[in-house]
Design a binder for this molecule. Structure first.
Ligand code: UDP
Ligand code: MG
Length: 325
């Protein structure tokens, strides 16, 4: 079929980390879901293998051999979810990109609603969770994180959204200019702006396999969100400094008061001194940590390394290969 340039092109981006049990089902389901729209749009699929240790890469290679709409980017090791999506966005060549998890937690049918909103003229359509089928722990930590982020962040980052969203080519082009190392894509997309809207959905359970986000990665991710979009922790240091100065000033008044007006009252000095020492020591270490977090980010940015390494790209259709890395 000759390329018809009137047809708008939509590409799906799937980050893959140990998803051998989900890839086939995912591809089949998405393919069935978009079937009613194939007369209207040209669809393509970008799978980014983020250094999977299972058979995912073999399955993807087979998939790209079978389906000309499939492109597979193989990263040279595990760079993490946000980098995998970034690699996909760098390579994709379409009028809109739909970013979706590969474990069936983001229901493919919602993609149709994202496309419908895009047709209405929105440039970013994010899927917002009405409910989610995750562990109580995940729900609790995610709830606390979004609450905190909203309080601190310098941009409005919508609550209860993951990276599941459709973004117009304009936004993809803009996003490619942001080469920061510690990436929090949903924050960057909010920051970039354009016409944004939400579609509500119910998040499903992971179909098979285990989460690629253990607690350690989750904390790191949360820190990227907060440090990347807020200097509130830095300001907190100053406020705390004022507070402690005020408290010690009150302490001095108290000591002077005792000395002047009740010289016979003995204050057990060591207890107060020890407590104050530990208190201040703790605060100082915490604040060094806060400074360190920002210095660390500055350092990794100054190193200016490429964001990820690409081991191979297989494609049945044209891609924007010049962009990758
Ligand atoms: N993922 C990835 N690299 C990683 C971890 C995860 O590409 O290091 C992918 C994973 O295959 C999935 C998506 O990112 O498509 C979301 O990960 P996961 O479902 O494990 O996270 P959760 O839903 O538990 O937060
Ligand atoms: Mg998941």
């Amino acid at each position: 079929m000759p390329a018809d340039h009137d047809r708008r092109r939509i590409a799906f981006i799937f980050p893959i980390y140990n998803e051998e049990e989900n890839i086939e089902l995912l591809h089949r389901t998405v393919d069935e879901t978009i079937a009613p729209l194939v007369d209207k749009y040209d669809f393509s699929f970008v799978y980014v293998d983020d250094g999977s240790r299972d058979r995912s890469m073999d399955l993807l290679a087979a998939l790209s051999g079978r389906d000309a709409r499939v492109t597979v980017i193989e990263l040279s090791r595990n760079f993490g979810h946000q980098m995998a999506v970034t690699a996909g966005l760098d390579l994709v060549d379409a009028d809109a990109a739909i970013i979706m998890d590969s474990d069936m937690q983001d229901p493919p049918r919602v993609a149709l609603e994202l496309i419908a909103k895009w047709e209405e003229g929105f440039d970013v359509v994010y899927a917002q969770r009405r409910s989610r089928q995750d562990s109580a722990f995940k729900k609790l930590t995610a709830g606390a994180f979004y609450w905190f982020l909203r309080k601190m962040a310098s941009v409005e980052i919508p609550r209860n959204t993951g990276d599941f969203r459709l973004i117009d080519r304009k936004v993809v082009d803009e996003l490619r200019k942001y080469r920061e190392q510690d990436r929090f894509l949903r924050g960057l997309i909010s920051y970039i702006g354009f016409k944004q809207t939400a579609v509500l959905f119910d998040r499903d359970k992971r179909h098979a396999g285990v989460t690629g986000y253990p607690l350690r990665k989750m904390l790191r991710f949360a820190a990227d969100g907060i440090l990347g979009f807020s200097v509130a922790p830095l300001r907190m240091i100053t406020r705390l400094g004022y507070l402690i100065s005020l408290l010690s000033f009150l302490g001095i008044l108290y000591v002077l008061g005792v000395k002047l007006f009740a010289p016979t009252t003995a204050v057990p000095g060591w207890a107060f001194i020890t407590a104050a020492m530990f208190f201040l020591g703790g605060i100082q270490i915490i604040m060094l940590g806060v400074l360190g977090s920002y210095i660390g980010r500055t350092y990794s940015q100054v190193q200016n390394r490429p964001l990820y390494g690409v081991a191979s790209v297989r494609s049945g259709s044209p891609v924007d290969a010049g962009q990758v890395a």
